[in-house]
Design a binder for this molecule. Structure first.
Ligand code: NDP
Length: 296
């Protein structure tokens, strides 16, 4: 294996420790404790795991965690009323509505009801617009985590050829915007892209966010490229359930210069960036200087 492993788990632990120190200073110097409200509607098992983990890490960072678990039959009106209450609550600096929402709720309507300054997921249409126009935004956590790892590994990304595989609103598109913001030459590929392997082989930086287990193999990757694997896929292998990425790790690691593993790559960075965004939101709400290096 040739590639350097980019250890997202260790990076995220360092980031959380740094955030914890900043939170301690905020509390000591300004009497301010950042607060994150997480709203979960229904009992989707994966969402419950994510929400539990978010709450635990929020408290470990010294922040306040407010969990709102609502029954699956909660109406859109009830959910909007809760968002309005959280928007007005000065102890709440970040609001996250766990997706997916049940089908009878219009997710866009709910997300766009969140105060953009508290939208720590960065999905509100205002934040999407701010990011797209290169202004100060709340940046979606998963792409922000990818960007932090890339900057840490490469220093400047300027002039690099980046290919983002996937065009979702939560990963692919904001990832592409962030890479463009760092002066990469960016291609966004998707299910209609012609000759995907050839497009991927152009990349100095390849970000895979497709949700297809081990789709990208070594012969799709330029020797020495940096490969960021966002995919989280559960598969059955050798009678066991395993977590794999969108990248065929062994064949790609033999060609790439650097690679994020699954698990232990992008995943841990996502929650760490949620804490980073909550801290940033708390500082902005109180007119305090934002800690450096926590946003794009
Ligand atoms: P979506 O399903 O919303 O988007 C997938 C994208 O991949 C689409 O743009 C789709 O193209 C494209 N795609 C699908 N199949 C192919 C194919 N065969 N060839 C080329 N392109 C294809 O997924 P998300 O962006 O939400 O998530 C992507 C992956 O990242 C998932 O595995 C998800 O679990 C994971 N994820 C991980 C996170 C983390 O914290 N590590 C956070 C969020 C997501 P088209 O638009 O044309 O349909």
């Amino acid at each position: 294996m040739a590639a350097t492993i980019i250890d997202g788990k260790a990076f995220a632990a360092r980031l959380r420790a740094r955030i914890g120190e900043q939170v301690t200073s905020l509390r000591r110097d300004h009497g301010l404790v950042p607060g994150l409200a997480v709203v979960l509607v229904g009992e989707d098992p994966a969402s419950q795991v994510y929400v539990r983990s978010k709450g635990k890490q929020t408290i470990e960072a010294g922040m306040k965690s407010f969990e709102h678990r609502l029954p699956v039959e909660t109406s859109e009106t009830q959910l909007l009323a809760l968002i309005e209450k959280l928007n007005a609550d000065p102890e709440v600096h970040g609001i996250l509505v766990q997706l997916p929402l049940p089908p009878h709720v219009n997710a866009d309507l709910v997300i766009n009801a969140i105060d953009p300054a508290k939208d720590v997921d960065g999905f509100h249409i205002s934040n999407v617009g701010l990011l797209g126009t290169g202004q100060k935004a709340m940046v979606p956590c998963t792409p922000l985590g990818c960007l932090m790892m890339l900057r840490d590994h490469h220093g400047s990304l300027s002039g690099m050829e980046a290919v983002v595989l996937g065009r979702s609103n939560i990963v692919g598109k904001p990832m592409a915007q962030l890479l463009l913001g760092d002066s990469c030459t960016v291609t966004i590929a998707h299910s209609r892209t012609r000759d995907l392997p050839a497009v991927c082989r152009r990349a100095d930086i390849l970000v895979a966010a497709v949700g297809r287990p081990e789709m990208i193999s070594g012969d799709w990757v330029k020797p020495g490229a940096t490969v960021i694997d966002v995919g989280i896929n559960r598969i059955e292998r050798d009678g066991k359930t395993r977590l794999v990425g969108d990248v065929d790790f062994d064949s790609v690691a033999a060609v790439a210069g650097a690679i994020t593993p699954v698990p232990g790559g992008v995943g841990p960075m996502t929650i760490a960036c949620l804490l980073a965004n909550t801290l940033t939101a708390a500082c902005r709400a109180n007119g305090l200087a934002e800690p450096e290096g926590l946003t794009a």
